[in-house]
Design a protein around this ligand. Structure first.
Ligand code: LMR
Length: 394
């Protein structure tokens, strides 16, 4: 029967990862997949994670199953991290998932159970896996305007116009912070306008928040999600611990749901447990247990916050330095937006051919839409990179 299988479209980001690994040129620069690297070019295990692993090794008495929705203490810790403590607990439900991608999938599965015909509106552009998952699930989807390629900034007018035209009951997917792939986020005032528009059209909102703490801080990066939770009757949130806890391969994440009442929350909770059962029974617990330990232990939490702050500061310094180097090399402010944006990514705004030239002639790897993972750079690479970009864009 396998002769009936069609070849699957390749994931551009993961393909690039393979190409980079195979490249023998020592000067190669990887700006592809979204992983943080320190000044030695290593994606480190955070010290707080190491300490939690040590404690877990000493204290864990069983590897018996957790619940279908994962360990409630982990879900509750994630819920407070993202939503803060003001929102009524009775309106919350949630489940541990297999990473942030698992959270997106389970959130969309929940929405599909509740409203199979809903169209999901995603930003143009968005993380390619959003559309790939929607496509694979057979869910209707379309884009709303988000980004102005000319200015490298948010297209706020286009976005508000498109959101205002979303039919009641459709779903709007938003990036909670550190937009992937553009790095362009709405300001606090713009988020207030977005929330008001979504309230008016009565859309179901889903937030994907995978980079909390990588933009301006843990609290600051959650502000938009918290605003939406306070204004809207319902909200689905997909959270990842891959980046801010550095737990990439341990696949820790959570889907959090805000509902109108305790009765709705109970129904949501039951459905989330069933969705996990149908996909993989119990979600993985190792990474989740570490996160729960870190968030509930003031010493570990402080250590983690300090490390996260150092990572964020490093990314922001790389941004400033790269923007300055590009200014010097090109003699223009064309790439100044890199210094102002937040999170791991910025989109350079060059053509796919120029992206190919950067790879073939300069061993610089970035995604075809010219998304760069700035968190993958080192200070030493900046002058070479700026020169290569200036050469290619001449
Ligand atoms: C990225 O966008 O590079 C990351 O979220 C990793 C991935 O799975 O694509």
């Amino acid at each position: 029967m396998f002769e009936n299988l069609r070849a699957q479209p390749e994931d551009q980001i993961l393909k690039l990862m393979e190409q980079y690994r195979a490249d023998q040129r020592p000067e190669k620069i990887d700006l592809g997949v979204g992983v943080y690297r320190n000044s030695q070019g290593v994606t480190p295990v955070m010290q707080a994670v190491k300490s939690a692993e040590h404690q877990l090794w000493e204290s864990q008495q069983t590897k018996g199953y957790t619940g279908l929705a994962g360990d409630p203490a982990f879900v509750s810790a994630m819920s407070d991290l993202v939503l803060g403590t003001d929102l009524a607990q009775a309106r919350r439900a949630g489940a541990a998932t297999v990473g942030g991608t698992g959270a997106i999938r389970q959130g969309l599965e929940l929405i599909r159970l509740a409203r199979p015909d809903a169209t999901v509106h995603v930003p143009d552009p968005t993380w390619p896996n959003h559309t790939a998952i929607l496509q694979a699930m057979g869910m209707k989807h379309r884009t709303y305007r988000y980004f102005d390629t000319e200015t490298g900034a948010l297209d706020m007018t286009g976005m508000l116009e498109d959101l205002a035209a979303v039919p009641e009951g459709d779903v709007v997917l938003l990036h909670g912070c550190c937009h992937n792939p553009t790095g362009a986020d709405p300001s606090a005032a713009q988020w207030a306008q977005i929330a008001a528009t979504l309230q008016q059209v009565n859309a179901m909102v889903m937030v994907d928040i995978a980079y909390q703490g990588f933009g301006d801080g843990i609290e600051e990066d959650a502000a938009a999600t918290r605003l939406l939770a306070s204004k809207l009757p319902e909200l689905v949130i997909a959270v990842s611990c891959s980046k801010n806890f550095g737990l990439y391969r341990d696949r820790a994440g959570a889907v959090l749901v805000v509902s109108l009442s305790a009765r709705h929350s109970a129904a949501v909770q039951g459905n989330l447990a069933t969705l996990n059962r149908l996909a993989y029974s119990f979600p993985a617990d190792h990474g989740a247990a570490l996160v729960q330990m870190i968030l509930s232990n003031p010493g570990l939490r402080g250590e983690w916050m300090d490390e996260l702050t150092a990572m964020r500061d490093r990314i922001n310094t790389l941004r400033t330095e790269l923007a300055a180097a590009l200014q010097r090399e090109t003699g223009s402010d064309r790439f100044a937006f890199i210094g102002a944006q937040r999170g791991m990514f910025s989109r350079l705004g060059i053509t796919p051919d120029q992206v190919d030239t950067l790879r073939d002639a300069h061993a610089v790897y970035m995604v075809g839409d010219s998304r760069m993972n700035i968190a993958g750079l080192s200070m030493e690479q900046i002058p070479t990179l700026a020169r290569a970009i200036a050469d290619t864009c001449d």
